[in-house]
Design a binder for this molecule. Structure first.
Ligand code: ATP
Length: 328
């Protein structure tokens, strides 16, 4: 459904070249639900804008839904749906009419556009607001209407740029549910961008991690986690000195672990955390290092990102400046 080779886009800003996307090789098969995950400025939107023909690549090739984005942009556009960041607009039309107009713009007959609009209104739970003016809709309703707009012409492939940005967690979960259902009902191939870790983890079958314009990992969330991140054992002690001693002792027991200490808090990243935790606790007890609290956590996609880049996606920019790090 998508195949890019060496896809690249530069921007020139004040005589400086910004390499937004650097030689991307990406393939997406029919029916896949793929999330492009990365921090702000990683190049996700630029990639999507090239794939949807809104932006011309500097170099490289991209074939989308059987058509070349440079040689046949119209062919691409007829087969895809695109939901950009904050489409919505402050339209004065009623939601249903907006959908029908969009269908007409794609060359559908009034009858076909009406029936397709009714179908989408039902499947996106928009019945209660379909006859209201778009500008009166809530953020979550508006985002669902955006998705309906992107699907009006029954595209084979749907691109969603940051679909849940600006939504509260409840609306985000609700939107994810709709995306999953549409996918199950229609088998539409979907590519979305997000910087919400949980969204990528729960929604996508495949996560392509992008950083500084390059793909740095590409797999299912489960496989990414098992390949690039271990469990975490987080321990708190009453005093910094105890945590320091525990760090040395812990690394002696947990082979291959990475320890990060901040004050009285010690975090060990390792495989088989649940199995090793009792052994560590016994050892700290024997050394008279009383543990104030302990938590064993399974890895998240943030741990994967941290492992791959040394930075956290959750707290981009905050880093671990005052953290001590050491490896066993
Ligand atoms: N029109 C433009 N002119 C100049 N620079 C641009 C332009 N569009 C994007 N960039 C730059 O290209 C880089 C990638 O931006 P892009 O919007 O693709 O990132 P992103 O991963 O989608 O980020 P976000 O999550 O913030 O949307 C950034 O450094 C950005 O400042």
């Amino acid at each position: 459904m998508i195949r890019t080779r060496g896809l690249t886009r530069h921007f020139t800003v004040k005589r400086q070249t910004v390499e937004a996307v650097k030689g991307l090789d990406l393939s997406v098969a029919e029916g896949e639900l793929v999330a492009l995950l990365g921090p702000n400025g990683a190049g996700k939107s630029t990639t999507l804008r090239m794939l949807t023909t809104l932006l011309r690549p500097t170099s490289g090739t991209a074939e989308v839904a059987g058509h070349d984005v440079i040689r046949d942009p119209r062919g691409v556009r007829n087969r895809i749906g695109y939901i950009g960041q904050g489409n919505g607009a402050g339209h004065s039309q009623r939601a249903r009419d907006e959908l029908i107009s969009q269908g007409r713009a794609y060359g559908m007959s009034v009858r076909a556009a009406r029936s397709r609009a009714a179908e989408l209104v039902a499947s996106l739970d928009l019945e209660a607001v379909a006859d209201r003016v778009v500008s009166t809709l809530s953020g979550g309703q508006r985002r669902r209407l955006d998705i309906a707009m992107g699907l009006i012409h029954a595209p084979e492939l749907l691109f969603l740029d940051e679909p849940s940005t600006g939504l509260d967690p409840q609306n985000r979960a609700n939107l994810a549910e709709h995306i999953r259902r549409l996918r199950a009902e229609r088998g539409t191939t979907m590519v979305l961008t997000t910087h919400y870790l949980e969204e990528a983890d729960q929604l996508a079958e495949r996560v392509v991690v992008i950083d500084h314009g390059r793909i740095i990992a590409d797999d299912t969330p489960a496989r990414l986690k098992s390949a690039h991140a271990g469990d975490r054992i987080v321990l708190e002690f009453d005093h910094d000195d105890e945590a320091r001693r525990a760090q040395a002792r812990g690394l002696g027991i947990a082979e291959g672990a990475v320890a990060v200490r901040e004050g009285n808090r010690l975090e060990l990243r390792l495989d088989g955390g649940a199995r090793l935790a009792p052994k560590l606790l016994r050892s700290f007890d024997e050394a008279h290092l009383p543990v104030a609290s302990v938590e064993v956590a399974r890895p998240t996609l943030d741990d994967v990102f941290l492992n791959l880049t040394g930075r956290s996606l959750r707290e981009e920019g905050t880093g671990t400046a005052d953290a001590e790090e050491s490896a066993a």
